[in-house]
Design a protein around this ligand. Structure first.
Ligand code: UTP
Length: 289
């Protein structure tokens, strides 16, 4: 079955960024000049997804506005260049791509957010991307995963090596063969303490799921943090179908965390053609003080 649907869960509280995220979704925070959600959408488009499903909260409308609203390009006082820029802003989503929006009434967890998209997903396989995991990669991580899905036809979750001291911030994968980039997942543990972590492979926000995950999510109860945890759904699914862990190629920035977000901004700003060099000089002189 064709893989063309992707879910963007963007209904979380974003409490680590309060007060910035009181009325603005975390996913609208910019890295240099582009909101996190736009990086995620561009990665999805590069991977060939054509149906984008946003799970949003009713009080945060700016994500829909960002993609659907149109700027007035007929202003009398703008230059030709600015008019071109306005036109470009009206075409962030190319023709032929469908954007759909569903609400999560309460932030009851990532697994719960994904379940809200079930009426649109129907019985198809689908991907999930968490925009606050920004990954800098030559070939987008979703593209890498879609290519693998063509061979495996199984669910695939992305992982990367972490410092075990931080295992309590991740879902941790337990795998059979560590020598491969793609490994059979045998277990997954939500936010374990370092001594209980089954490996140093932390789950990152890119997933491709066979439709069975929806049944698994419906059959689990509230877990860690009193939320419907995606990790618990994956754990249940492992007992009935093959799930793979994929160690992706790319550098991940945890933009759900202030320090990770600032690092991403510095890295992306340093390669900016207009001010990257000036920023580098500034940082060097600042560090000498
Ligand atoms: P996080 O746990 O990183 O986001 O969820 P959060 O809960 O918004 O952040 P903090 O901890 O309060 O700062 C990962 C992703 O899942 C979405 C979030 O929007 C984020 O993109 N999410 C999480 C939902 O859509 N709904 C939820 O109930 C929880």
């Amino acid at each position: 079955m064709r893989l063309n649907k992707i879910v963007f869960p963007v209904a979380g509280l974003g409490s680590r960024f309060f007060p910035a995220t009181k009325s603005t979704p975390k996913e609208m925070l910019p890295v240099v000049d582009k909101p996190l959600i736009q990086y995620a959408v561009e990665e999805a488009l590069e991977a060939g997804f054509t149906e984008l499903i946003f799970v949003t909260s009713k009080s945060k409308t700016s994500i829909r506005d960002h993609f659907d609203s149109k700027l007035n390009t007929n202003l009398s006082n703008v230059t030709k260049e600015k008019k071109e820029l306005l036109n470009k802003m009206n075409k962030i989503i190319p023709d032929g791509i469908l954007c759909k929006y569903v609400f999560q009434e309460e932030p009851l967890g990532l697994g719960h957010a994904i379940l809200q998209a079930k009426p649109i997903i129907n019985d198809e396989p689908f991907a999930v991307i968490l925009a606050d995991d920004l990954i800098d990669a030559k070939t987008g991580v979703l593209r890498q995963m879609v290519d693998l899905y063509r061979d495996t036809k199984s669910s695939i979750i992305s992982v990367h090596k972490i410092d075990k001291a931080y295992s309590a911030q991740y879902g941790i994968a337990s795998i059979t063969d560590k020598s491969q980039k793609i490994m059979k997942l045998t277990d997954i543990v939500e936010k374990p303490q370092p001594e209980e972590a089954p490996s140093n492979l932390g789950v990152v926000g890119r997933y491709i799921f066979c439709n069975e995950i929806l049944q698994s999510l419906e059959n689990i109860s509230f877990g860690t943090g009193n939320e419907i945890q995606l990790t618990d759904g994956i754990k249940l699914m492992i007992s009935t179908s093959s799930v793979y862990a994929y160690e992706f190629e790319g550098i991940r920035y945890d933009c759900g965390d202030k320090l990770g977000f600032i690092k991403a901004n510095i890295e992306y700003a340093l390669r900016n053609k207009i001010f990257g060099n000036e920023l580098e000089s500034y940082l060097k002189s600042r560090l000498k003080k």
